[in-house]
Design a binder for this molecule. Structure first.
Ligand code: ATP
Ligand code: MG
Length: 133
């Protein structure tokens, strides 16, 4: 597999593909068993948000480096409705769609870095990283 993998997200099968591709790259980068599960879970939550809240978008998974650290970077972006209040969306239990409202806060806890940028009417981009220990 190349160092970067780009997966369109417009149906449930593509969420599985993104999850699997993330796992493959994470294995190549030397992440261990429990970390692989964490990374795969984070990718599926954020991809599921694309499908449920924006209908379609893409997930880009790549290797990242910072100084002597090596890790995995996941960017999930869509051109959906955007999020008006990100602080509210990040709250545990907040959902506009009768979900559990734990996808975003849970994913933030799983990853080492988590950034979300969103513009109403334009879309949402989530960038998250996990560093190898
Ligand atoms: N890509 C997105 N585009 C637009 N709104 C989003 C997006 N991702 C999240 N949101 C908004 O943020 C809220 C919180 O997201 P979160 O993933 O935490 O919960 P949820 O998706 O509603 O439920 P679940 O617990 O099943 O994930 C969503 O209800 C939705 O309003
Ligand atoms: Mg969600």
């Amino acid at each position: 597999m190349a160092d970067e993998s780009r997966i369109n997200i417009s149906n449930a099968a593509e969420i599985v593909t993104a999850r699997r591709q993330g796992r493959v790259l994470a294995v190549q980068l030397g992440f261990d068993g429990s970390e692989l599960t964490v990374i795969a879970t984070a990718i599926s939550e954020i991809a599921r948000n694309i499908l449920e809240h924006a209908k379609d978008g893409e997930v880009i998974i790549s290797r990242c480096n910072h100084r002597r650290k090596c890790g995995i970077c996941v960017v999930a972006r869509d051109s959906g409705p955007g999020i008006a209040d990100i602080d509210q969306a990040m709250q545990y239990g907040y959902s506009t769609h009768k979900g559990l409202g734990i996808g975003l806060p849970g994913t933030k806890l799983l990853m080492d870095e988590f950034h979300i940028v969103s513009v109403v009417g334009q879309g949402t981009t989530v960038t998250m990283k996990k560093w190898r220990h």
